[in-house]
Design a protein around this ligand. Structure first.
Ligand code: HEC
Length: 251
């Protein structure tokens, strides 16, 4: 009995230590609709976030793990997805004459890359490579909180800091200098649903979209988690009642 108690206490303590470690640092936390065990993605926010990606970020960043048809999941209709895909051209072929040809993208195509290759991407961005954003919320420490703060973190450099050529001062980037010019301003993307389009809202929406693209299964996972917990609660109660009943006579 004592051994089991010690084991449980040790487990609890190690969990606490891990929790304390991951809270280290001073990355401000943002309120997200998808946090918590019942968190879900707000469909309207996802669609607005996609609009921000498409009108701003897509100029420099690819999202090559996404297919246009994935947009059906966030509430776009088939016709809308077709129209979105058809705005881009992809290289296809060879045709019967053996030649490659361009055609409008279809829902079954991957998101079209803004650059032909990595070299072109670097050449257009002062030598820096704009990373693919498909799973960026998983690829960076502090995930969505970091990316939100990064987008909102452009400021004038303090006097003692010398900012390099083609670099911008950002509070949250490693070394405080980033080759990406501030992509988001108050009102820089128009919303059709009447939502205020200040910089904080645009950043929140685009990061919500990036979180969805990295973890589209988040809602299903949380939903299943709750069901599993309920299942064990019910099962636990039944086992407990059965045990009491079986041992009733013995004492
Ligand atoms: C003009 C081109 C351009 C646009 C537009 C742009 N970015 Fe970037 N982005 C870059 C470049 C270049 C880098 C690499 C910066 C570096 O390594 O210094 C970068 C880096 C990033 C990073 C990674 C930062 C890190 O920790 O390494 C994120 C996240 C990011 N961009 C998000 C976005 C989002 C979201 C948008 C749209 C709202 C956007 N970017 C729009 C060029 C752009």
């Amino acid at each position: 009995m004592i051994k089991i108690l010690i084991l449980i206490l040790t487990l609890i303590f190690t969990f606490n230590v891990h929790a304390a470690e991951s809270n280290k640092g001073s990355m401000p936390k943002h309120e997200w609709s998808f946090n918590g065990i019942t968190g879900t993605f707000d469909r309207a926010a996802l669609q607005r976030g996609f609009k921000v990606y498409r009108e701003v970020c897509a100029g420099c960043h690819s999202m090559k793990l996404l297919y246009y048809r994935d947009l059906l999941d966030i509430g776009f209709s088939e016709a809308q997805v077709k129209a979105i895909a058809a705005e881009h051209d992809v290289l296809d072929g060879p045709n019967d004459e053996g030649e490659m040809f361009e055609r409008p993208a279809r829902p079954a195509d991957r998101f079209v890359n803004p650059y032909l290759n990595d070299n072109e991407a670097r050449a257009n961005n002062n030598g820096a490579y704009p990373p693919d954003l498909s799973v960026i919320t998983k690829a960076r420490r502090y995930g969505e909180d970091y990316i939100y703060n990064l987008l909102m973190g452009y400021e004038d450099a303090p006097e003692e800091v010398e900012v390099g050529d083609g670099m911008y001062y950002n509070k949250w980037m490693d070394g405080n200098q980033i080759a990406m010019p501030a992509p988001i301003y108050d009102g820089s993307v128009d919303y059709d649903d009447g939502t205020d389009n200040n910089a904080a809202q645009l950043s929140e929406d685009v990061v919500t979209f990036l979180k969805w693209s990295a973890e589209p299964e988040l809602e299903v996972r949380k939903n299943l988690g709750i069901k599993v917990i309920l299942f064990f609660l019910v099962l636990g109660t039944i086992v407990y009642l059965a045990k009491n009943r079986l041992w009733r006579e013995v004492h």
